[in-house]
Design a protein around this ligand. Structure first.
Ligand code: GLN
Length: 233
């Protein structure tokens, strides 16, 4: 399972969010604390973010190499700041390609989306536009095609069709952060400057809370709602 992170709030650098925290994505790439599936996340990393002023189109930097070896990203990340970020480190599911295009975050040109989990793609509605044959890329294309307003419904449907699926999602569009828990961990820190969602807490701040399984998180305009995915049990 991969580890992912979403941020919506006051601008923060990618280094502050991913590299500097004592248990941030950089450390999670080789020593995650709560990972249930897989030991480390060495099969690539990705960061997507929105310009503070300017285009609504997200910017992405993805790689199939381990985050810990990327000295170019470490050099530039302190200078890349955004109010809305989706980032991930990857532990590829057996049989999936290890390539940048299979690495989250995926995009439809408006949303950024990361999937932490595994899914049998034969249960997904057919749709065009997947960035890779990786299950997460095909799931992302299905979610984009249905529309993010229906994220919870689609996750319930896919979870029912593939009972072994794990479907933790983090998605954002620059002004809204959405996430699901379905089979893996997710924690939230909602502070005065914004909300961060992460597969596991990136530090030992006592304000982190664990999101229960099979829930939908919706953050926008300083408000956060956490609701059970109806009919999921
Ligand atoms: N199944 C996805 C992949 O192969 C995600 C894996 C994960 O969450 N570790 O990339």
């Amino acid at each position: 399972m991969c580890r992912h992170l979403g941020w919506l709030g006051k601008p923060r650098s990618l280094a502050e969010l991913m590299l500097e925290p004592p248990h941030g994505l950089l450390v999670q790439s080789y020593a995650p604390r709560r990972q249930r599936h897989g030991l480390l996340n060495a099969d690539g990393w990705g960061a997507g973010f929105y310009d503070i002023a300017g285009s609504d189109e997200p910017r992405r930097w993805r790689s199939a190499m381990p985050l810990w070896g990327d000295t170019s990203f470490a050099s530039v990340a302190p200078a890349l700041s955004s109010h809305c970020v989706v980032a991930a480190v990857r532990s590829a599911t057996v049989g999936m390609p290890i390539e940048a295009s299979a690495t989250a975050p995926f995009t439809d040109g408006t949303w950024l989306l990361s999937h932490n989990g595994v899914v049998d793609t034969s249960v997904l509605p057919t749709c065009a536009g997947a960035e890779s044959v990786c299950d997460s890329a095909i799931l992302a294309a299905s979610i984009f095609s249905r529309g993010l307003e229906s994220l919870g419904e689609l996750i319930i449907e896919v979870g029912a069709a593939d009972p072994r699926a794990r479907l933790n999602i983090v998605a954002a569009n620059g002004s809204r952060l959405l996430a699901t828990t379905w089979g893996d961990t997710l924690s939230m820190l909602h502070g005065s400057d914004g909300v961060v969602l992460a597969s596991e807490p990136y530090d030992d701040d006592p304000r982190w809370i664990d999101i229960p399984d099979r829930h939908l998180i919706d953050a926008r305009g300083g408000e956060v709602s956490v609701t059970a995915l109806e009919g999921s049990r």
